[in-house]
Design a protein around this ligand. Structure first.
Ligand SMILES: Cc1cc2nc3c(=O)[nH]c(=O)nc-3n(C[C@H](O)[C@H](O)[C@H](O)COP(=O)(O)OP(=O)(O)OC[C@H]3O[C@@H](n4cnc5c(N)ncnc54)[C@H](O)[C@@H]3O)c2cc1C
Length: 642
């Protein structure tokens, strides 16, 4: 009997979870002889977490909350195959003395470690998973890109690499972060005397090489104040020989210049950076459990009509944030019993009774306010540059203080962490066209930036570092919300200007666009995605007239072809599906029924059932075969239904 051949294009964390699920299943029950052919031009496992990058770049998740292995919390994803989380792996490395200079002698689950080290964990996990493959599963690694995929008449896929054509019966697309077609502009600098135009870096990764042309005499505008910006700042400061020392107060740092730093100016639409992650007090898998935003209720409503996020979802989400806030607020005042009584009353009350209850117990100035979180810059801070700078410094110091209290004990951080903990409930509302087109647009343009700023920021140390760099005069972030960097007149340099107040502008020598591209597959540089679209094997996902990104898939993660039928032997997971799915760019967390593992388990379950049934698996299914909302709910978060 010939082996069933499975192609996996892209072996980052997503491709790795597909491989892990195949092997875990096959160790328990043999589906047939299988060959898994893995394609990636890079080392298998790490994906975008380059193991060779400088250790100054950190993951933004604590080590205990990162894994690629399924566990008992993962619903319907197949059998378990134990494997260590990132923290457990680090611990093992430390005790075997294999950590080298990369980790402290004892790893802790609540620390943020180097992304390069995380890449090494993923590399190790690939080898570990491969070594556990039973004899009937053969793993073949092709260190190359797939540039084209086309189907033969019998439904098999022929994958074209630069130097071969390989036939597979089943295909997984897990290509993750790809580059947009427009080539990044890096204009090499000339000597200072000659240099008149501005160096523009559209994509700062790989960061050391891309930022190498930035010299100490330059002024660098950095567009965006998200996670990529913290990488850029680290590279241009510590990466240039500077260092941080402890300041006088807890959490305070001082920056010692090396003299090789350029002048750095940050600007963005909001004018403020992402908020600091609070000290983790939730262990590996504790999460806030919904009291208002129940996934089941959202699904019931979705079965009747499309949702309006602002009317149907946001009030419930805010109620859950209020709950977490007041619980921490009352406990902070030393009254745990009142906190419990208050929260019990809160969760049983309707909106008007909740407000009455809050009015009775909490002074106005201490109350939770979503509007203030969403738009924190007060009017008085926008009067001028000096006032904004003072306000921003105070805002960042307060953020550090709250982050140091922890994600359960700080009222502010407990509330913001709800956004992260209830992400699966938000998925229940948003994914697979749950929102009206207008509401979906609003979520992408307004809600997502707020959610990212409040809930998925950098470790607290990064905000302390930012304050130290501001104090040392190395970094400015005082151009206010909505500042712009305007195109230069021919032969001139670009100019960064504040829009909130007049007359505040400066010429810059370099502009770094510090964003990770979330471009549409139609704008992808890769001939693979372009070809799949061109040949009609996939189509862009659209919610009405909106294309939020990504390709269309059904709930089993099978591709939806241009003619609307699903392709039963091809699946896509992760970033190529961001659009119909929500927040696909996260690494699984242990013990929380992680969506990435659920998705991989589900797709692999269908793959192996097809192999077992002896079907070639290439038939086209009509689109009406999509599972219902009720069937889909079986795959929802463990916590969504509480
Ligand atoms: C700079 C950066 C930092 C991040 N930091 C964090 C973090 O700290 N914590 C966190 O949870 N998430 C982080 N993320 C989010 C990231 O999406 C996930 O961590 C995770 O890497 C996603 O896994 P993936 O496999 O979907 O994609 P990727 O990690 O991008 O892996 C995709 C793989 O597919 C390969 N590939 C692409 N096209 C082809 C092709 N045509 N043929 C063959 N192979 C191909 C690539 O070489 C790559 O190895 C970060 C992302 C970036 C870009």
């Amino acid at each position: 009997m010939t082996a069933a051949r499975i192609g996996i294009i892209g072996v980052g964390p997503r491709g790795l979870t597909v491989l892990e699920r195949i092997i875990a299943n096959e160790r328990q029950q043999r589906s047939g002889d299988i060959e898994v052919v893995l394609f990636d031009p890079n080392v298998p496992g790490p994906g975008c977490h380059d193991p060779g990058q400088s250790d100054i770049h950190l993951v933004n998740t604590v080590a205990g909350q990162l894994t690629v292995f399924a566990d008992a919390s993962v619903v319907d994803a197949g059998p378990l195959m134990n494997g260590p989380s990132f923290f457990q792996w680090l611990q093992e490395q430390s005790s075997s003395g294999a950590n080298g200079p990369l980790t402290p002698s004892r790893a802790t689950p609540d620390a943020y470690y180097a992304r390069g080290l995380f890449g090494r964990y993923l590399q190790w996990a690939f080898r570990y998973v491969s070594a556990l493959a039973p004899p009937h599963v053969k793993i073949i690694l092709k260190k190359t890109s797939v540039n084209r995929a086309h189907r033969e008449d019998d439904g098999a896929w022929v994958l074209e690499t630069p130097d071969a054509q390989i036939r597979v019966n089943y295909l997984f697309l897990t290509t993750g972060h790809t580059k947009p077609a427009k080539p990044p502009k890096v204009v090499p600098p000339r000597s200072a005397a000659q240099r008149r135009d501005t160096l523009v870096v559209d994509d700062p990764y790989p960061i050391q090489r891309k930022l190498a042309p930035i010299t100490p005499d330059m002024s660098v505008a950095v567009e965006g104040m998200g996670l990529t910006t913290f990488d850029v700042v680290a590279e241009l400061t510590v990466g240039r020989g500077g260092r941080f020392t402890a300041g006088a107060a807890p959490g305070e740092l001082k920056y010692v210049r090396s003299g090789r730093e350029p002048r750095i100016i940050l600007f963005s639409r909001s004018g403020i950076p992402l908020s600091a992650r609070a000290v983790n007090q939730k262990g590996v898998s504790n999460q806030y459990r919904a009291r208002f935003l129940f996934a089941d209720k959202l699904r019931e409503l979705r079965a009747q009509r499309k949702l309006d996020f602002v009317a149907d979802v946001l009030p419930l989400l805010v109620a859950d944030m209020e709950y977490a806030y007041y619980d921490a607020y009352l406990r902070e005042r030393g009254d745990a019993v009142t906190a419990v009584l208050f929260c019990n009353q809160l969760s049983g009350a309707d909106a008007s009774h909740r407000q009455a209850l809050i009015a009775r117990h909490v002074p106005v100035e201490d109350r939770f306010c979503w509007d203030r979180l969403a738009a924190p810059v007060p009017g008085h801070a926008l009067a001028g540059q000096e006032g904004f700078r003072r306000w921003l410094t105070g805002y960042l110091r307060h953020d550090v203080q709250e982050a140091r209290k922890g994600n359960l004990d700080s009222p502010l951080k407990a509330a913001c962490d709800v956004l992260r903990d209830l992400r699966d409930n938000l998925r229940a509302a948003i994914e697979f066209g749950g929102l009206t087109e207008a509401s979906h647009r609003w979520v992408l343009s307004e809600f997502m930036p707020i959610m990212n700023r409040l809930a998925v920021g950098p470790p607290q140390s990064r905000i302390s570092e930012m304050l130290a760099l501001m104090e040392a005069g190395v970094l400015q972030a005082d151009f206010g919300p909505g500042a712009t960097c305007q195109a230069a007149p021919p032969g001139g340099r670009m100019r960064l200007s504040a829009t909130q107040w007049a007359g505040h502008s400066t010429e810059v020598d370099a502009l770094v666009r510090a964003r990770i591209s979330m471009h549409s597959p139609k704008d992808d540089a890769s001939p693979l995605l372009q070809g799949l679209l061109h040949d009609g094997y996939v189509r862009l996902y659209r919610n009405g007239g909106l294309h939020p990104g990504g390709i269309e898939i059904d709930r089993n993660h099978n591709w939806v072809a241009d003619n609307g039928s699903t392709i039963a032997n091809a699946w896509a997971l992760g970033i190529p599906t961001e659009g119909i799915k929500f927040c696909t760019f996260v690494v699984p967390r242990p013990g929380v029924n992680s969506t990435a593992l659920v998705d991989a388990g589900r797709a692999v379950g269908h793959l192996l059932a097809s192999i077992r049934s002896g079907r070639s698996g290439h038939a086209l299914k009509p689109a009406s075969a999509l599972p219902t909302e009720a069937e889909a709910s079986a795959y929802a978060s463990l916590y969504g239904a509480c």
